[in-house]
Design a binder for this molecule. Structure first.
Ligand code: FAD
Length: 463
């Protein structure tokens, strides 16, 4: 009788789950376990919205496992200790799990492997979070890519793995202790935002819905803030309620059945999946990005410390309608459109001169899709300090961005109701007087702050 533990991490699904599939293939009995970590309440990069989504994912996963004869075992504490104890308790032969790429996760993986080896328990790791793993896509000289276009070209040349079949039967040993299914109260938290439904079924529904029509318009309309055509799959990719392989395979199939214009939409969407993997490999090869700028020539740039400015940015009361709409969308839903993420990030770093680290942290606290590689990549891109980042002198103007991407003001009015009666053209230029009695004047002059940023980056880079 062979028993295998499958340790669920950010792969909370039963379809196309390489590790779970292998565990069910190799083991007579499989113990599917999720370990709730105890530090989540304290770390500045954790937040209520992601915990709430996680609770929903676990509920859905437990139900899905039950339907195929299994049972999700929940434990909490240190993964190393819990996994080894569970292996002893069940006399498991091996522990299978999917690899993660952030430095903290890699350390845990190493410790699990070491502890298991010492006890004679086998360990197998699987690639699951990404289509192509960080070490797979390298330059001809074997070096990691720092420029996206070169990385993407190489990524497209690689053969892609096929999704694995859905697990249809799983036998979990009886009489194993499991903690109760967590709710937010488990961490002493209360709901903060109206987030999307969680779980494998919800994720699959979002993909299906996106593939019906929005994907074909993606290239043309993805920056149209009012009628957002994007997939809304980011939290599903973050928690693994759907696999990137499956999304990619669906895109490939759809592109065989459509015309050239529609195919452009699909290609543009796939390009975003490649950006996701680009940032995974940046973090894997250059873990220092979590502590400092990717490009160290900007390490002497002067940043301000101003808690009041940061607070106005976080609350969405800067007096810049597009920035405030984005921040209020984030606070209300745990999500923000990609274009607006760029606008608010540039505003924080280039108009308020606050370090990108403040924004990175606030996003991690609020985003349901908060994911270390993409978030760090997005912030360093916007600040001009990252891999293949926007050059520091290309500073987005929040007023012209509004005119271009929210010309009728629909997005702004949805999130900043004080401005509902203001004519759209007034939302796209600096106002001479208040736009509404209860809406503030812009807290800074964009044109003046732009010049300050240029000067700071020029002198910071030179020193
Ligand atoms: C400052 C900043 C911070 C960000 N933080 C995160 C984060 O914490 N987590 C996160 O998943 N994305 C992050 N992004 C990237 C992007 O904004 C979101 O992935 C996207 O808005 C999610 O919406 P969607 O699923 O509808 O995306 P779609 O436009 O439908 O794209 C499909 C998928 O591709 C990936 N993707 C899209 N754009 C990017 C990108 N620029 N970089 C990396 N992956 C991308 C996501 O997984 C996304 O779900 C950030 C971007 C910026 C500028």
């Amino acid at each position: 009788m062979k028993r295998i533990i499958h340790w669920f991490r950010r792969d909370l699904r039963i379809s196309d789950n390489k590790s779970l599939y292998a565990a069910c293939r190799d083991g007579d009995e499989v113990i599917p376990v999720y370990i709730l970590s105890s530090w989540k309440r304290h770390h500045p990069w954790t937040g209520t919205n992601r915990q709430e989504f996680l609770c929903g994912c676990l509920r859905s996963l437990a139900k899905n496992l039950e339907q195929i004869g299994g049972r999700l075992i929940l434990r909490s504490g240190s993964p190393v200790k819990e996994l080894i104890e569970l292996a002893k308790e069940t006399q498991a032969d091996a522990i299978y799990f999917s690899e993660n790429y952030a430095p903290y996760d890699r350390k845990i993986e190493e410790r699990v492997q070491k502890a298991a080896l010492a006890k004679g328990i086998g360990v197998q790791l699987f690639k699951d979070t990404v289509i192509l793993a960080p070490g797979e896509v390298l330059s001809q000289s074997g070096q990691p890519f720092r420029i996206f276009t070169a990385y993407a070209r190489a990524w497209h040349r690689h053969r892609k793995p096929e999704p694995s079949p859905k697990v249809s039967r799983i036998a979990t040993p009886h009489q194993l202790d499991s903690e109760v299914m967590p709710t937010l109260a488990h961490w002493g938290l209360k709901p903060e935002a109206k987030i999307l439904p969680a779980g494998e079924k919800a994720a699959r529904g979002r993909l299906k819905d996106f593939l019906k029509s929005r994907i074909y318009e993606y290239a043309r309309r993805r920056n149209d803030l009012c009628s957002d055509v994007s997939s809304r799959l980011s939290q599903d990719l973050r928690f693994g309620t759907i696999s990137p392989r499956e999304i990619y395979a669906s895109c490939k199939k759809a592109s065989e059945e459509c015309n050239a214009v529609e195919r452009q939409g699909i290609q543009s969407f796939v390009n975003e999946l490649v950006w996701r993997e680009f940032y995974f490999q940046i973090l894997w090869h250059f873990p220092h990005v979590l502590r400092q700028d990717f490009r160290d020539q900007f390490s002497s740039v002067q940043w301000d410390q101003d808690p009041d400015k940061l607070k106005r940015w976080c609350e969405g009361t800067t007096g810049f309608p597009i920035v405030d709409a984005g921040m209020r969308e984030l606070n209300a839903t745990g999500y923000m459109h990609n274009r607006v993420r760029m606008i608010v990030a540039m505003f924080l770093t280039k108009d308020l001169h606050l370090h990108w680290r403040h924004g990175e942290q606030y996003f991690m606290q609020k985003l349901v899709d908060g994911d270390i590689p993409a978030n760090n990549g997005g912030w360093q891109w916007s600040a001009g300090t990252g891999a293949d980042a926007a050059p520091y002198f290309r500073i987005q103007n929040p007023w012209t961005q509004t005119a271009e991407y929210d010309p009728h003001g629909g997005y702004i009015k949805r999130w900043v109701p004080e401005l509902r009666d203001v004519k759209p053209n007034r939302l796209a230029k600096p106002p001479e007087q208040k736009l509404a009695p209860d809406y503030p004047l812009p807290m800074v002059d964009h044109y003046r702050e732009r010049a300050v940023t240029l000067e700071r980056f020029r002198s910071g880079a030179a020193s």
